[in-house]
Design a protein. Sequence first.
Length: 590
Amino acid sequence: MSVQRKRIRLGDLLKSEGIITEAQLQEALARQKQTGQKLGRALTDLGVISEQDLHVLLSKHLGIDYLELANLQLDSAVVGLLPEAQARRYRALVLHKDKRGLLVGMADPSDLFAYDEISRAVGQPIRVALISESELLRTIDVLYRNTDEITALAAEVDEQLADGDVQLDSLLEDEQAADAPIIRLLQSMFGDALKSKASDIHIEPDEKVLRVRVRVDGELQEQIIEGRGVASALVTRLKLMSGLDISEKRLPQDGRFTMRVEDHSVDVRISTMPIQHGESLVLRLLDQSANLLQLDELGLPADLRTRFERLIAHNNGMVLVTGPTGSGKTTTLYSALNQVNRAGCKIITAEDPVEYRLERINQVGINSRIGLDFARVLRTVLRQDPDIILVGEMRDEETVEIGLRAAMTGHLVFSTLHTISAAGAVHRLLDMGAPPYLVAAALHGILAQRLVRRVCEHCREPVQLNPHQRVWLEALIGLEQLDQYQFMIGTGCNYCHLTGYLGRIGVYEMLEMDGNLTEALRTDPDSFVSAANASPNFKPLVHCALDYAKQGVTSLDEVIRVSGGLVQEMTGTAGLTGGRALEHVAEPVG
């Protein structure tokens, strides 16, 4: 271990190798003093040397291996031999265990103090390898899940209930019982969900087990907990936290509460539903500590973002954002509000519920149980002298009419609809009783969107098209373009939980009302979809998604998945399926 533990001065090493100058070293040292970074990070941040070149040089000098974490198959049980707090503090990760001991990856193998502390923590011999600090931190976020802790705490709760010496209700109502197993179980569940960036937690009692599923990047990940006793304790505690009736188990209930998890303030919306083996709970998680996305972070193509920014800069008219549930409509609207929010502009929102708190904006939460519905709030909002109004959703004829008339009388109105396309939003408004002339006069633009999963950048590789994909693509872009592009797929790695996908990005289509569309809507609403597809600035959402697949951002399978129903509506082939429908797909627009 003498070579591995040898103390070196990184600056002197880089200077002796002729990689950096004295002036560059002094600049990096000044940055290190200012930020508290290690010298290597300061040098890479300044662009003096790449992280890859730095690691190759250090591993050669120390006589140890440099390993890329993306290429390793890590066992979470082995990784867990070093507690998360120490892994983060000493920038280290247990990579492998064999008869010789543990192989530990370190971002700074020359740190003798960290080496000694890690050896003491794991209690067995260790060998070290060099790993990237940025890769290390990403891997820690992925691998240190709370699943084992959740299982252990659930067993503790189940055992406590089986003993029969505790009154469940009194325990759950005791706000001081922070160390109670049920409280620690909930903290662990929420902590794990936040760590994995989950949007929802599903608690589902089955006949003999409890299923806890979290939705990450639109897909559910399941953990099974043996025994059903813990389910009733969880449901009761969550109902109490939400102010719901714990004695009512036959009817669905909805509520919300705010919970502090580590340094995050989490707003939780809860929905209960009676099922065969108890009550199913779904918890929607809204991290109030997270920063709102800016418009340029949503994935809007540059030209479309410019047009959308121009649209929301108007001082009147209606702008709609459409898409199915979970497609990111609320995020887009909040980003738009964030952009137009300024001291000289009065903004009022009517939401069910209020999802994010925004400074300077007056936000009203809908409460239908006391008669505070969208229509009633809107009528009051118009007497509050607003410049911009956000209506969470156009749900009924009265809300639609008030919103459209507000848009015609000097207000900018934002709202959402659940439709699969931009053009379909207009027909939805007409179906809800809005007169065509009113829609034509008030509506300025519609943004339709979906979310597609990003191919994991750590394990992506080129893929050959299968016959179904070739038929689908040939119908969409033509045979002559079929072999011009190289599509990518993720093979699965530590960073993406072996799914091949990591994160999501929005795909969009935008329809701006012009003279031709307005006239079509006034004179012949049935021709509106055809007129929209013929609009020179309209690019269908499926082509936006395909552009990302061509760039390797997403996979072709994701494009096909999110395009369901869009091709048929776009081309008027709703009655056709499979290849017959694809025969009618038009060439790309724009």
